[in-house]
Design a protein around this ligand. Structure first.
Ligand code: MEV
Length: 311
C-alpha cells in the first residue's frame, strides 16, 4: 500500500502585508525552525490525526476544512482515493498567528500525498493545490503564504509572482506572540470595507508601503540593518493607520524599540498575532525577547537571515 511524507516551514512577512492584496510588493522571510510535517497512508476510511482534532474526516470541525481540502485536491491530482487516506499532521507553527501555519500544514499534506502517489510536484503545482486550501482558510488571499512556506530564501512577492531577495549581511529578528489570534479573513475584510468607504486611505497605504518595500529590498541587498529597521517602523505606522494594529501589538513594538531594536512592526494580518523586531546583534536579540516577554508576549522566537550566496 502507498505511504508518503511531506513537510513545510513557517514564514513571517518582513514588510508589505495587506498592501500585497492590492498589487503592492511584499517581502517574506522563511522561519525554518517552525515546521509542519505530514504522513499519509492508504486506509479503509479517511481519518486525520492532529493537535486540533483526531478522528474521521466526516466529523472534523469546520476549522479543519482547509487542510482536508488540501489533502483531497492533492489526492485527486495524483490518482489516490481521498476517501481512503489516513493523514497524520504535526506542527510547531502556532495556529492563527500570521506565521503561515495553515499554508505550511497544507503544503506538508500536499507533499505527503504526492509522495504517497509517487508523483513529484513542482513548487508551482504544490502552490496551486495549497491555494485551494488557503482560499477556504482566508478568503481571497494574495497567495504569498503558499510560496513562502516552501522557499528557503526570503522572497519578494508581487502580483502572484515570487522572486528571490538578495541578502548581503546576516540579520537577526525576534518574533513575539501577543497570545491572541489575528483572523486573516476578518483583517483583510476590514481593509476591504475601509476601501469602499475611504478608498484614498487604502490607496495611500498601498503607495506608501510600496516605497517602504522597495527601500527595504535595497537595505537587505546592501546589508543596511538600521535602514531596514526604520522601514519596519514606517510600515507599522502605515498599518496602524488603516486599523489593523492593536494595543497589544503597539505595546510590544514600543518595548522592543526601547530595548534597542532597529525597528519593530506587526507581522501578518494584524489585530492580534505577532510582532517582528530587528535586533542589532544576537545579544540584543536576547534583550528584546526579555523585554517583550515582560509586557505580555506569550512566546518569542529568534531567527537569523543568512546572506544569500552570489550566483
Ligand atoms: C496574511 O499573511 C497577509 C495578508 O497580506 C493577506 C494576504 O496576503 O493574503 C494580510
Amino acid at each position: 500500500s502507498h505511504a508518503g511524507l511531506g513537510s513545510a516551514h513557517g514564514k513571517a512577512i518582513l514588510i508589505g502585508e495587506h498592501a500585497v492584496v492590492y498589487g503592492a510588493p511584499a517581502i517574506v522571510l522563511p522561519l525554518l525552525d517552525l515546521q509542519a510535517a505530514a504522513s499519509v497512508r492508504e486506509a479503509k476510511t479517511a481519518t486525520i490525526t492532529s493537535d486540533l482534532y483526531t478522528g474521521p474526516i466526516s466529523q472534523a470541525p469546520a476549522m479543519m476544512a482547509p487542510i482536508i481540502r488540501a489533502g483531497q485536491a492533492a489526492a485527486e491530482r495524483v490518482d489516490l482515493r481521498p476517501d481512503r487516506l489516513e493523514v497524520i499532521v504535526r506542527s510547531t507553527i502556532p495556529y492563527e498567528r500570521g506565521l503561515g501555519s495553515s499554508a505550511a500544514v497544507s503544503a506538508a499534506i500536499v507533499r505527503a500525498v504526492a509522495n504517497a502517489g509517487g508523483v513529484r510536484l513542482s513548487p508551482a503545482e504544490t502552490h496551486a493545490l495549497v491555494q485551494e486550501a488557503e482560499q477556504i482558510a482566508h478568503g481571497t488571499s494574495s497567495g504569498l503564504d503558499g510560496h513562502a512556506v516552501q522557499s528557503l530564501t526570503p522572497l519578494r512577492f508581487q502580483a502572484g509572482k515570487p522572486t528571490t531577495v538578495k541578502v548581503a549581511e546576516r540579520m537577526t529578528f525576534v518574533i513575539a506572540d501577543t497570545g491572541t489570534s489575528g483572523s486573516t479573513s476578518s483583517a483583510v475584510n476590514g481593509v476591504r470595507m475601509l476601501r469602499t468607504v475611504l478608498p484614498e486611505a487604502v490607496e495611500r497605504m498601498t503607495r506608501d508601503l510600496t516605497e517602504v518595500v522597495e527601500d527595504s529590498a535595497d537595505a537587505l541587498a546592501v546589508g543596511d540593518a538600521p535602514r531596514l529597521g526604520r522601514n519596519m517602523n514606517a510600515a507599522h505606522r502605515h498599518l496602524a493607520r488603516i486599523g489593523v494594529s492593536s494595543p497589544a501589538l503597539d505595546a510590544l513594538v514600543a518595548v522592543a524599540l526601547e530595548a534597542g531594536a532597529y525597528g519593530a512592526k506587526l507581522t501578518g494580518s494584524g489585530l492580534g498575532g505577532c510582532v517582528l523586531a530587528l535586533a542589532p546583534s544576537l545579544e540584543v536579540a536576547g534583550d528584546l525577547a526579555a523585554a517583550m516577554t515582560s509586557v505580555g508576549a506569550t512566546r518569542v522566537w529568534t531567527t537569523s537571515l543568512v546572506p544569500t550566496t552570489p550566483t
